[in-house]
Design a protein around this ligand. Structure first.
Ligand code: NAP
Ligand code: ZN
Ligand code: ZN
Length: 349
């Protein structure tokens, strides 16, 4: 065990402050990673403020991790020191259940072991995330960052990227489909880039009129501000697929009205529960679905797709001492489009 620097919240009401955590020495199948960058996901805010309950404190958030391998266990076959690698939202799962066997570890019957705010299988030791300088992870749960992807801009792909990618693939979105992306934040901007790269006709629906030009630059064909409510008339019944990334409570029924017959709306954002009207679904045989991040193989597929298509996140690089104000800016919708922590700021480099 080695003590390494991190940032943690001591309880749900507290800001993130400097903290020291222990990391295990690499076991036979482990990869030890010196963290270079960590993206800041809205889920970090939900969890650090214990909005979903059962939080484990002190909590070190961060599940969009990119770094360099510094050591490997004797049985590791896929990685060696010096490799640029990533770690996403989970670091373990049962490896036996149907989902684990089919590369959908995020839906593990026994529950995936989240990168932070969880307990290691077996030992029960709390897991700590990427707001730290080092992490040790079983190689089966490590991703390879392809050559050509800038490591800082690749970090958000480990959560935001794959969370947008997985439903596009699972629900079979193809070129020419009309896709609406609701909320232009970390997930939303990746959904626009990836859907546009697939060839979909993308419309951004946003509360922020000021994001119109960005939406088009990111690859959207169309943009509509949702504030006045007019869009729910002008765009009624127009979309094959809606990706809802909104982090705060809002009216799902209004957005469902924008789907065509047989259209699907997939929820990615995880605000407090909101009322659902049966008629919004029944009247056009619409579907409402949810989707949780993506599996390991799918995450690698997305990283390789991004490298091949020149796609990476649009980021604002911050020092870790700016993390609490970054959270406030995210809550105000003021992020273009992902904060990424430069971990050199924590090493004192
Ligand atoms: P983010 O960067 O903060 O973006 C959220 C966006 O939602 C904002 O930029 C804003 O876009 C919109 N928004 C915020 N408040 C709103 C309100 N009151 N009404 C309408 N729109 C509002 O967050 P993120 O990191 O993309 O995460 C988004 C959500 O997805 C969070 O709930 C997060 O926990 C969840 N998440 C889920 C998964 C999964 O596996 N399903 C994975 C990661 C994150 P506009 O300014 O364009 O309106
Ligand atoms: Zn996330
Ligand atoms: Zn499993």
């Amino acid at each position: 065990m080695t003590l390494i620097p991190a940032y943690a919240a001591s309880d749900a009401g507290s800001p993130l402050v400097p903290f020291a955590i222990e990391r295990r020495a690499p076991g036979p199948r482990d990869v030890q990673i010196e963290i270079l960058y960590c993206g800041v996901c809205h889920t970090d805010i939900h969890q650090v403020r214990d909005e979903w309950g059962k939080g484990i404190f002190p909590m070190v958030p961060g599940h969009e991790i990119v770094g360099r391998v510094s050591a490997t266990g004797g049985e590791v076959v896929n990685y060696e020191p010096g490799d640029m690698v990533g770690v996403g939202c989970f670091v373990d799962s049962c490896r036996q259940c149907p989902q684990c066997r089919s590369g959908q570890e995020q839906y593990c019957d026994e529950g995936m072991t989240a990168t932070y705010n969880a307990r290691e299988r077996g030992s029960g030791t709390p897991t700590h995330g990427g707001y730290s300088t080092r992490i040790v992870v079983d190689e089966e749960y490590v991703l390879r960052i392809p050559e050509g992807l800038p490591p800082d801009r690749a970090a958000p792909l480990l959560c935001a990227g794959v969370t947008a990618w997985s439903p596009l693939r699972h629900f079979g979105v193809v070129a020419g489909d009309r896709v609406a992306v609701v909320g232009l934040g970390g997930l939303g901007h990746m959904a626009v880039k990836l859907a546009a790269a697939i060839g979909a006709d993308v419309t951004v629906l946003s509360t922020s009129e000021s994001k119109r030009d960005d939406a088009v630059a990111l690859g959207a064909q169309d943009f509509a501000a949702t504030g006045s409510g007019r869009v729910f008339k002008t765009h009624r019944g127009q979309f094959d697929f809606i990706i809802d990334t909104v982090s705060a409570q809002h009216d799902y029924n209004a957005y469902l009205g924008l789907l065509k017959v047989d259209g699907t709306m997939v929820l990615l954002g995880m605000p407090e529960p909101a009322a659902l009207s049966a008629s919004a679904l029944v009247s056009r045989r619409r579907r409402l679905a949810g989707s949780l991040i993506g599996g390991i193989a799918e995450t690698q597929e997305m990283l390789d797709f991004c490298a091949a298509h020149g796609i990476a996140a649009d980021i604002e690089l911050i020092g870790i001492d700016a993390i609490n104000s970054a959270y406030e800016r995210m809550l105000a919708g003021d992020v273009r489009y992902r904060f990424v922590i430069d971990m050199a700021s924590l090493r004192g480099a």
